[in-house]
Design a protein around this ligand. Structure first.
Ligand code: ZN
Length: 444
């Protein structure tokens, strides 16, 4: 018997959680936050330490209560695909009660550990497993990590091998032919498991309605090379804001600082947390080439130094969504000893996540910057999610018997099954729309 449970991530973009059952054994794949709910609540840092009941109440975590009641004892292991909070951040709050280990790549485990340090719950055993390896859940169920490119490092596609067939869980991913730090996706392995027979593909559908292919991380490097000569001069302040977890992007920005002969300064807690995690596992060594500053007093000290030699530095920080507590937003509110002046430039190496609260906060931030005469360059960015043509390529490589889109609300899921339709899948027979709380038996 093979059954899939859609616990979270099938009715919205966020709080991803899926379970796969083979006979009486179950494994959980991902367990993350709904970021939009956090933003409308009171900020990421505070939300991470909320009591479990509040996390459920505000819909920040997947609602696994009924699933746990009925099947909690059958769960043998929890796996996470990558370090983005919508895939792993609910683990510290929810995983303990399942009384089983949590397995993820070393970078993801470091991030989970840091998140867990903010909570009281006893964490289950955390096991680091590198890409390319298998975890033997039982005699019948083996879980494989296959490397895939995405917008944070050490992301994996999870292949669940069972006697009934292979379930491939690809959530999130993009096909990047020119990654900056990482290797390309392990296409050879995907082709191999395709030959063995993939029973179902559960896939990220966030950008399936984008009628294109998602371009490589290397294209962002060329965008920077186009932009920087025009905004760089000896007297102006240069700020680049991006996502804290985007280690490859930060690598590119550090290279740009070197090119401009500006000293890179990385500011803020969340960015330094992710960088620390990457350094701990030996993937990067950013602290050798950049000054990483956290803590109010230290940030203010460096701000005074930057203010005296504005053309000598390049500030890298969070705040690209206009989050009220992020460094860039606070700079714009004059909370530090650093004055923004006309002709200073802020480059948004990001895209605004299209939720009403983000759009409003980001507009407010841009207005504050413009009022000070700051030049703004937006969308120096490529997405971490697969476009429609990448999705098609994945289907063609894996040739799964069943197609189950996730990581989207109804509109995204409908667009995904529409694409599957173009590839010969039939809704209700071989392609399936599930909503949170629903399940599907693929083999009786
Ligand atoms: Zn992601």
């Amino acid at each position: 018997m093979l059954k899939i449970y859609a616990i979270g991530g099938y009715s919205q973009i966020g709080k991803n959680m899926t379970a796969v059952q083979y006979n009486d054994e179950i494994i959980i794949l991902d367990c993350g936050f709904w970021m939009e709910k956090i933003m409308s609540y009171e900020g990421e840092e505070n939300a991470a330490s909320l009591p479990v009941e509040s996390l459920y109440k505000y819909e920040i975590v997947p609602d696994d209560r009924k699933f746990f009641e009925e099947h909690g004892k059958q769960v043998k292991a929890i796996f996470s695909t990558h370090a983005h909070l919508d895939h792993c951040a609910a683990i510290p709050a929810l995983a303990g009660k399942y009384k089983c280990p949590v397995i993820a790549t070393p970078f993801t485990i470091e991030v989970i550990k840091r998140l867990a340090s903010e909570r009281k719950e006893k964490m289950p055993r955390l096991i680091k497993m590198k890409e390319g390896n298998f975890f033997e859940v039982s005699k019948n169920v083996k879980v494989e990590f296959i490397h895939v490119t995405h917008s944070t490092i050490q992301t994996v596609i999870i292949a669940v091998h069972t006697p009934d067939g292979i379930i491939v869980y690809a959530n999130d991913w993009r096909f990047d032919e020119n990654p900056i730090i990482e290797k390309k996706t392990n296409y050879a392995r995907l082709k191999k498991i395709s030959k063995e027979g993939v029973l179902a593909l559960i896939t990220d559908s966030t950008r399936v309605d984008d009628e294109s292919k998602t371009f490589s991380e290397a294209t962002v490097r060329s965008m920077f090379l186009d932009i920087l000569p025009g905004v760089n001069n000896k007297k102006n302040l240069l700020i680049v804001t991006t996502f804290a977890s985007h280690i490859e992007r930060i690598r590119t920005i550090l290279d740009m600082a070197k090119k401009l002969n500006r000293k890179p300064i990385i500011l803020g807690t969340s960015m330094s947390n992710y960088i620390n995690a990457a350094e701990k596992i030996g993937v990067t060594n950013f602290s050798k080439e950049a000054q990483i500053v956290r803590g109010e007093k230290n940030i203010n000290k460096i701000m005074r130094k930057i203010n005296k030699n504005r053309g000598g530095y390049l500030i890298i920080c969070t705040g690209n969504q206009g989050e009220p507590n992020a460094v860039l937003t606070r700079i714009a509110r004059n909370e530090f000893d650093l004055n923004l002046m006309p002709k200073d430039a802020v480059i948004f190496s990001s895209r605004t996540i299209p939720s009403p609260i983000n759009i409003a906060q980001r507009a407010d931030l841009e207005r504050k910057l413009r009022n000070k005469g700051v030049r703004i360059i937006t969308d120096v960015h490529v997405s971490g999610h697969a476009g429609r043509e990448d999705q098609r390529e994945m289907l063609e490589i894996l040739k799964p018997k069943h197609y189950i889109p996730t990581h989207g609300g109804m509109v995204k899921l409908a667009s995904a099954v529409d694409l599957a339709g173009e590839e010969g899948y039939e809704l209700g027979k071989t392609s399936h729309i599930l909503q949170d709380g629903q399940s599907i038996v693929l083999i009786k």
